[in-house]
Design a protein around this ligand. Sequence first.
Ligand SMILES: *Cc1c(COP(=O)(O)O)cnc(C)c1O
Length: 397
Amino acid sequence: MHKHHSALGLAASLRPVQPVTLLRPHAAARAARFFVEKFQGRSMYAVKANPSPDLIQILWDSGITHYDVASIAEVRLVAGILPDAVLCFMHPVKAEEAIAEAYFDHGVRTFSLDSIEELEKIERATKGATDLNLCVRMRVSSDMSKLSLASKFGVEQSEARELLQRTRQVADALGICFHVGSQAMSPSAYVQAMERVRAAIVAAAVTVDIIDVGGGFPSVYPGMEPPALEAYFAAIHQMFESLPISYSAELWCEPGRALCAEYASLLVRVERRRGDELYINDGAYGALFDAAHIGWRFPVKLLREPDSNVRDMAFSFYGPTCDDMDRMAGPFMLPADVGPGDYIEIGMLGAYGCAMRTGFNGFTAGERVIMSDEPMASLYLGEDEDREAVPSNVIKL
Ligand SMILES: *Cc1c(COP(=O)(O)O)cnc(C)c1O
């Protein structure tokens, strides 16, 4: 299959009218191998970060065998692509019908919960199954993360004891899981969360078989440069070794962002300039939801030949829809002479970018192409490289 070697060459030769998604399978494969080789436990992919079938296949081919799914549609999706994958249904509030279908039709045995009601629901839906891995989701702090996940789910420390004891009576394997929030900027986020887990285990005096430290592993964005992932893995493993748990207990993690952020970027065109505002052809209802709604900053690069030699200045973006909210504040640093007709690459959109695209106002995704060049930023560069894992059903330009 033909692969493109540079975003600049692609923009110059094709001058696409619609935004183009640039896919880098080698970057996703490299991230997956990194987790498989260096995290001392089981790494399962959190599908919501990017449910692209191509990506799911790439991760499988690179050694990811377990998938964290949160809806029955995600269960069906992964089961359809990878019949041999192990699916873990890690949403603490599920429809009873979804639990039953997952258990009886798709062989799902691992579920999370954060209340007695959900435990009873799981018991009913699985008709009192005795082969369940049940993970109690604990509430932990999101203080060290860029995106909080601390309010919606998780049992409070004070209620964990009863829930752990009740769940122990139902579960074949009892787990404890948590999520420190997305883009955790320090390994100590996991250490503090695991201290809470320790206290809960001691208070409940139950045998725990699985410690699942969830997602939150960071990627790299402008103004957000995290420590090396090895430092996270080492801190987690050290804490795991010190917990009062079954000698055969397993350590799991659920990376979403860290496995797929580098997988995709976006090629957009400037349609208009008004002062320091650029009107581009993708936005808040496309792949830039996080840039619009939570002020996330992504790396940008002007793709022009010859390159501009004008100094950079700060721009904000407007997306293509007629909605005032379709605005990305940035700041995005680009040469001061950027204008209509210019192409810009917006990097690191593989996680929670492409996944949240809508068709609002008639602005849909353009084509997707495979690139062989490196992502605009990487946590894994210098790791061993394998450029062969290319999905087969991606549209070629
Ligand atoms: C979203 C989510 C993840 C993935 O989080 P990242 O920050 O993308 O790593 C993992 N586990 C659960 C339960 C989630 O909801």
